[in-house]
Design a protein around this ligand. Structure first.
Ligand code: GLA
Ligand code: GLA
Length: 655
């Protein structure tokens, strides 16, 4: 299935022609054609140039840009230009600007300055989106719509009176009566009993810790409120151009937005990813987020933004050494991307991003950066046949936003050291090192197709989710501090693991977080000794057939079960430094690829990607002979992958 009507793998980037005199545009499109660029994202921040006064449109310049792009074989990911409202709108309606938790209204002069709940802002975005869609519906360059930009990047929440009204309406729809809300929020604690919805406000800065159930609903509401804003524009576009796919660029694994519900609202998933070149392990975390992107709609996705070299928003912006931009781009394709795009096409002359790298650097076509651009364009053309191919994973990692929000609530947890991204990565990294494909899955999906389902943490677990986990037919692995609370952040009767108790055959008497730097020894049944850090529990076996796989050794927990197994369900009551003994036990039926450390191996149907993320050559034994699409040579046996080099092997016959 193709993402857009553009054939092959998409290649290109954000294009901001309004930052340049028109004379430069001709050179832009000539060089785009030379590099093999097939798509440009345009007009993301162009509202003030497209509508200089209310209802007065200036589309002439964008007409010329789109014509030029089309004449040079470049399609448009055309934005609705609503990522920054124009100054005239902000001055006429200051209330469209967001208010922070201290009640301070933020000022114009950056971007994403809007209250997600502002009806005025919403009305204007829909009007602009409709005007743009009407203008360009038949334009041959139009390939897809790009709504807003990186929702929740600068503005995730707003605490203004309009947001409060919207929050109350959302609560009223969820609970019906204030009595039901009181029960769900547990307002008998700390004297918070409400007698009317009008008494409820967003969780602004309060004297002490805010009710965690209120915070959880606020997180849900904030994700939904931005999604409503997105959906209003999407509906306007669909009315005019029903056949043009709609996306908005995600920000990898983002705490603020429930990407399961967001992905369901768009036609194709796109992501912006900026692994830090200074971090030698960043390719592992980014692979995890790429696998999430592929899993969101269970089909290919698009890397819509990435950096050719340095970014400009870290404390220290380290550039990508030679080969890394190509390698990281191929990595996205290896994980299911059907295109690689960048921020941005031409390096800016001014503004906060003038030092951010670009496909065409300040130094022009004489630079190493431009050579990288040309090389990548050529490589992506060689991989055209990969577009549309699927990835098959036998292992699923479960990720749910409600539970994440509950887990990382400030100021009320047994430990603030449990961070969901780290918990996911602790499982993902060893799977990735074994060349095992991983899907991400929401906790309430049917998981029966997987051989192994790993739940790194499910702090918030509903009865329905527990049922979904019980229907896993393969191996199920559940991490600590799971099944603790229900959908209202209320502790399950009898304590953890609540609705998972029967499935796991254990009850948790007490949480036993470990102080920073403290380790707890664990002895596995086979005799190996491991270490737990950060988190442990005082468990009690309650099932008849529970096997203890490891016990705590020494310290206050001495002799208690650390990991257990009940039928197909393994439970870990602690965070282990080394998960090898657990993984060895559950991965028996899952094919792995034996590759050296730092070499990544992934498959898309009959294409095997081998990526050397190290800075030294690596020997890899090919599982089968095949043709390397990049070097256009036939390979077999043991090959040497040069530092930061890659092979994309087309394997004949077996898929
Ligand atoms: C103080 C407060 C109590 C409770 C405890 C918790 O003693 O008075 O209401 O919050 O702290 O340790
Ligand atoms: C994000 C934004 C872009 C740009 C880049 C810089 O991807 O969408 O507008 O700011 O970051 O890295």
């Amino acid at each position: 299935m193709r993402l857009t009507r553009v054939p092959g793998l998409l290649f290109g980037g954000d294009y901001n022609p309004e930052q340049w005199p028109e004379e430069v545009w001709a050179e832009d499109v000539r060089l785009m054609a030379e590099a093999g660029v097939t798509m440009a994202t345009v007009a993301v921040f162009s509202w003030s140039r497209l509508e200089p006064a209310q209802g007065v449109y200036d589309f002439g310049w964008l007409d010329r840009v789109l014509d030029l792009l089309h004449e040079h074989g470049v399609s448009a990911d055309l934005a609705t230009a609503t990522a920054t409202p124009p100054p005239w709108l902000v001055r006429a309606h200051p209330e469209v600007m967001p208010v922070d938790a201290h009640g301070v209204r933020l000022e114009f002069g950056s971007r994403q300055g809007y209250c997600p709940s502002s009806p005025i802002f919403r009305e204007h975005t829909v009007r602009l989106a409709t005007a743009i869609a009407t203008r360009y519906a038949e334009h041959p360059a139009l390939a897809m719509w790009h709504i807003g930009n990186e929702y929740a990047d600068h503005t995730l929440e707003c605490f203004c009176p309009e947001s409060a009204r919207h929050f109350r309406a959302w609560l009223q729809a969820r609970y019906g009566t204030v009595g039901a809300l009181n029960a769900a929020w547990g307002t008998s604690c700390w004297g918070q009993h409400y007698t009317g919805f009008e008494q409820i406000e967003p969780p602004r800065k309060a004297p002490g810790p805010v009710n965690p159930a209120q915070l959880l609903d606020w997180r849900r509401f904030c994700s939904d409120a931005l999604l409503e804003l997105f959906t209003a524009e999407r509906d306007a576009l669909r009315e005019v151009t029903p056949a043009v796919p709609v996306t908005t660029n995600f920000m990898s694994i983002l705490h603020g937005l429930d990407y399961w519900s967001w992905a369901a609202a768009e036609d194709l998933v796109s992501d912006d990813a900026y692994p830090d070149p200074a971090d030698p392990e960043s390719h592992v975390a980014v692979a995890l987020s790429y696998d999430l992107m592929r899993s969101l709609k269970q089909r290919p996705w698009l890397l819509l933004e990435s950096a050719p070299s340095a970014v400009s928003w870290r404390e220290v912006n380290v550039p990508k050494p030679p080969g890394m931009m190509r390698l990281h781009s191929l990595q996205a394709v290896a994980h299911g991307a059907d295109g690689v795009m960048f921020f941005q096409w031409r390096q800016a002359k001014y503004g906060p991003e003038k030092f951010h790298s670009a496909l065409l650097p300040h130094g022009g076509t004489a630079t190493r950066g431009w050579q990288d651009t040309l090389r990548l364009g050529a490589d992506l053309r060689r991989l055209a046949e990969v577009a549309g191919t699927a990835t098959r994973a036998e292992v699923a990692l479960v990720l749910g936003w409600d539970s994440w929000w509950g887990l990382e609530a400030p100021e009320s947890m047994p430990s603030n050291r449990l961070r969901l991204k780290e918990l996911l990565l602790a499982w993902y990294a060893p799977l990735h090192a074994r060349g095992i494909a991983v899907d991400l899955a929401p906790p309430d999906r049917d998981l029966s197709a997987y051989r192994v389902v790993i739940v790194p943490n499910l702090y918030l677990c509903t009865a329905q989710q527990a049922k979904a986990l019980a229907s896993v037919t393969g191996e199920l692995v559940v991490g600590p501090f799971s099944g603790v609370v229900d959908e209202s952040d209320q502790v399950h009767d009898g304590g953890a693991p609540g609705p998972l108790r029967e499935l796991l055959g254990v009850a948790i008497d007490e949480f036993w977080p470990l102080a920073d730097g403290v380790t707890q020894r664990v002895r596995h049944a086979g005799g190996d000794v491991g270490l737990a850090r950060t988190w442990a529990e005082w468990p009690r076996v309650v099932g008849d057939a529970v096997e203890v796989l490891a016990r705590y050794e020494g310290g206050d927990l001495d002799g208690l079960p650390a990991t257990t197994r009940n039928g197909n369900a393994t439970y870990l009551s602690c965070l282990l430094d080394d998960l090898t003994p657990v993984l060895d036990r559950v991965l028996h039926d899952v094919p792995a690829l034996d590759v050296p450390l730092g070499v990544e191996a992934t498959r898309r149907e009959n294409h095997l990607f081998l990526l050397n993320h190290t800075s030294t050559p690596q020997q890899v034994a090919l599982p089968q002979p095949g043709r390397d699409l990049l070097s256009e040579t036939d390979l077999r046996g043991v090959i040497t992958l040069a530092a930061r080099d890659a092979v994309v092997l087309r394997i004949e016959g077996d898929t």
